[in-house]
Design a protein. Structure first.
Length: 296
């Protein structure tokens, strides 16, 4: 392993694969049924270090990609970052790495938002899913229109729509703003070593600009790939895949989990559960408990 962008980890191999024109880097460990772990923002695949070790030792082949826009994945300039494109990437990863068979899907934050899109538009790719910290996007969109406190909780979504300013804000004082987001969302958890390496990666190349593209494409259609229009229309189709959502008991989005059930069909067997003493990054705050929930 000679790439300086990659951390040395003793529990996983760094591998690469081309998906939809993107040179994806991913972590892989173990053998057996495939589990795809998809990180959120501002984060990267190393976020899953505890889950990769645990699940690979439990008899699973664990795949954790650095999603498009995040180093050391290499994303061509001018790429799109809308949910349809991202969901298509994850479905493509599963198809190529799992021989066309469905995999288990675990996503946190944007990894969950992308995952719901996979469940809607590419349901045959997933056997069952666990989403962390994020309810179904349909419920989030509805709550943002009706609840000032949830709109305030998501202030960064609106901030990131502005041109140029977010890029400068995130680079200012070596991403003090991103550190602030981690403290805001998980205030009782000190994860500074992990956050520091996340920020080091985000300060490389166009990572800041590209990852802001996720947010801009979510609210502004001009940032979406026109070729993915049909896929975009299917992202929020009723979920038919068995799905469980975990949320930190200290995370405000816990209030959205029960009403989100209407976006799931009966066959989806939708379940949700709160994790005590955890905020938004519950898979790191309560790693042992979340590992057991994923395994079960």
């Amino acid at each position: 392993m000679n790439d300086p962008d990659m951390l040395a980890v003793d529990y996983a191999e760094h591998r690469r694969i081309s998906v939809n024109g993107v040179d994806y880097c991913y972590l892989e460990a173990g053998s057996g049924p495939m589990v795809l772990l998809v990180h959120g923002y501002p984060d990267n695949a190393y976020s899953w270090e505890h889950q990769i070790r645990f699940l690979s030792q439990a008899g699973y082949r664990v795949i954790a990609p650095f999603t498009r826009g995040y180093e050391p994945t290499k994303t061509p300039r001018g790429s799109f970052f809308d949910r349809a494109t991202l969901a298509s990437d994850m479905a493509g990863l599963i198809d190529q790495l799992n021989g066309g068979k469905p995999a288990y899907y675990v996503g946190q934050n944007w990894g969950a938002a992308i995952g719901y899109g996979v469940l809607g538009a590419f349901s045959d790719s997933v056997a069952c899913a666990m989403m962390l910290a994020i309810p179904h996007p349909g419920e989030i969109n509805r709550r943002l229109r009706r609840s000032p406190k949830h709109a305030l909780r998501s202030f960064h979504w609106f901030l990131f729509q502005l041109p140029c300013l977010p890029e400068h804000l995130i680079r200012f004082r070596r991403s003090a703003f991103l550190k602030y987001l981690w403290r805001l969302w998980s205030p009782d958890f000190d994860d500074h070593q992990h956050v520091d390496q996340v920020i080091a990666g985000m300060l490389k190349g166009r990572c800041i600009e590209d990852t802001l593209g996720y947010y801009r494409a979510a609210l502004q259609s001009r940032y979406r790939d026109p070729a993915m229009t049909a896929t975009f229309a299917r992202l929020d189709d009723p979920v038919t895949v068995p799905t469980k959502v975990l949320c930190g008991a200290d995370d405000m989005r816990r209030e959205m989990l029960a009403p989100a059930s209407e976006f799931f069909s009966g066959e989806a067997d939708y379940q949700w559960e709160l994790i005590d003493n955890a905020g938004h990054f519950l898979h790191r705050e309560q790693a042992d408990l979340v590992n057991q929930k994923i395994l079960s």
